[in-house]
Structure formats: C-alpha cells, structure tokens
Write a protein that binds this ligand. Structure first.
Ligand SMILES: Nc1ncnc2c1ncn2[C@@H]1O[C@H](COP(=O)(O)OP(=O)(O)O)[C@@H](O)[C@H]1O
Ligand SMILES: Cc1ncc(COP(=O)(O)OP(=O)(O)O)c(N)n1
Length: 264
C-alpha cells in the first residue's frame, strides 16, 4: 500500500508551461506529491498572451476525473480554468460522487493578457455549484470583485469580500492580494470566524505568469499531505514568494515562476 500523497488538478493546459495543468503538476511534484490531471481545455499561449482556447467536450473532462478517482484516488484536488457552465456542472457532479472533501477552487477567470478563461455565463454555476464544495477558494482581487460585486482596493475591503464569498458556501476563503497597490502584498485567509493575514514585500518583476495557479497548487499539495489548513496556507505563501523571487527569466512577456523553488 503506497503512502505517497496524491493530488488531482482539473484545469486547462498552458502550452507555455507557466500556468494551468503544467504549473500544477510541476508544483505537486516539487512538493513531493503524486500529481494527476483532468484537462478542461487546451490553450495555445506563451508569456506574451493567449492565442487560442480549445475547450474539451464536457464528457471528456468528467471521464478523466472518474477514471483517475476510481482507481488511483486523490487526497486533495484543485480546479483552475473551467471555461463554461457545462464543465463546471460536470466537475461539481464528479466531486460530489467521489466524495472529495479537500477541494481547492481557484476561480480562474481572465489571463494576465486579458483573455477570457471563463465565460460570463458560467459565473453563476461557479457560485452556486462549485463554491459550496470548496474547502478553500482562492480568488485574486478582480475575481473577488466579480463574485461579490464589491470594489476591492484595501485589506479591509478584502476582509469584507471574504465574508461575502464565505456566505456563498466555501468553507474557507483565501483572498490573494497580488493586485493590491503598493510595496507590500497581503493575502488574507478567512475561516468563517477569524482572519489570518500574510504579508510580504512585493517583488518588482514582470515574471508573474501563473502565480495564482502555482500558489493554489502548492496549497493543494500541502492539504494532500494532511498539513493543517493555516500551516498549508503559510507554506504555499512562502513557496510562491520564493518561486517569484527566483523566476527563470524566460520569454519576452510575463514569464513563469520557478517551480523548483525550495522552502523549508
Ligand atoms: N510581485 C509579487 N511579489 C510577491 N508576491 C506576489 C507578487 N505577485 C503575486 N504574489 C503572490 O502570488 C500569489 C498570487 O497572487 P495574485 O497575483 O493575487 O493572483 P493571480 O495570479 O491569480 O492573479 C499570492 O499569494 C500573492 O501574494
Ligand atoms: C490554462 C491556464 N490556466 C490559468 C491561467 C491563469 O493563471 P493564473 O495563475 O491566474 O495566472 P496569471 O493570469 O496571473 O498569469 C492561464 N494563463 N492559463
């Protein structure tokens, strides 16, 4: 009987390797977790932007999840780019059927260059079908604004938004503050009762492609290893900080982070 922790990512493929499925699997591997994937869409993209988006048939997504979960099993799973409402409904049904408890929902909506990775018509399904299944949801500020209708520019407004998103059914809300103005980046975890704030200096760099995917993958990996939630969030925060700091300086646009980052 294997004792290796297992994690499944349900997300889009990023041909450039910095975000999506590729970032998730590299991060799982680096953190000592066996990684599996259910691909929702193939994107043609590089560090300069997204040139094409090709969603897979809904049944192909559901079937990948079923085949993996009924044989190998998963200690934790995460979602990334889900693209449309049909895929969200199918993924939610598979999560429910498999009884997956440790689900990290990264509500990916728009790529850095502006390309839509989630259709507008899918927002409602994300809120009503998937968020209630989430152990943790990890919105960045524009995603949180879309989910709540609030305007968010300060840590105080992040706390307010976290309360609203928690009321949608996610058991914990991790607000990512990469889009805040200023020299300090603040991420905030809300567990329905208390807030935990994590701050670090802003690294002045354009190499931040896939930071949200990499952060949520690190969090998923830690949860798969049975790390308690608050510690898992701290470790994921340190991992993404180190990954941005030591980014490999690839590409002419927003380059990937360093998925070989080492933190204790
Ligand atoms: N320039 C930066 N310096 C340090 N940390 C950053 C920087 N940009 C993002 N982060 C961290 O990366 C993670 C993802 O942040 P964010 O940019 O808000 O998400 P997304 O990539 O989904 O837009 C967060 O944990 C945030 O703290
Ligand atoms: C296939 C795919 N999935 C997700 C993203 C966006 O990832 P994210 O981590 O939110 O990173 P940035 O938008 O900050 O680069 C993507 N580009 N492709």
């Amino acid at each position: 009987m294997s004792t290796i922790a297992r994690a499944l990512t349900i997300a889009g493929s990023d041909s450039g390797g910095g975000a999506g499925i590729q970032a998730d699997l590299k991060t799982f591997h680096q953190l000592g977790v066996y990684g599996m994937s259910a691909i929702t869409a193939v994107t043609a993209q590089n560090t300069l932007g997204v040139a094409g988006v090709y969603p897979l048939p809904t049944e192909a997504v559901a079937q990948q999840m079923r085949e993996v979960l009924r044989d190998l099993g998963a200690d934790a799973a995460k979602t990334g780019m889900l693209f449309d409402a049909q895929i969200i409904r199918a993924v939610s049904a598979e999560v429910r059927d498999a009884g997956l408890q440790k689900l990290v929902v990264d509500p990916v909506m728009i790529a850095k260059g502006g390309a839509k990775l989630l259709l507008d018509e899918a927002i409602d399904a994300l809120k009503t079908e998937l968020l209630p299944l989430a152990e943790v949801v990890t919105p960045n500020l524009p995603e949180a604004e879309c989910l709540t209708g609030l305007s968010i520019h300060t840590p105080e407004e992040m706390r307010e938004a976290a309360r609203v998103i928690h009321a949608l059914g996610a058991r914990n809300v991790l607000m990512k503050g990469g889009h805040l103005e200023g020299d300090t980046v603040v991420d905030i975890l809300f567990d329905g009762r208390d807030f935990m704030e994590l701050s670090h200096e802003r690294i002045p760099t354009r190499h931040t492609h896939g930071t949200g995917c990499t952060f949520s993958a690190a969090l998923t990996a830690e949860l798969a290893k049975k790390t308690p939630l608050h510690v898992a969030v701290e470790k994921a925060n340190r991992f993404i900080f180190e990954a941005i700091k030591t980014a490999p300086q690839l590409g002419g646009g927003h380059g990937p982070t360093n998925h070989w980052a080492v933190v204790d």
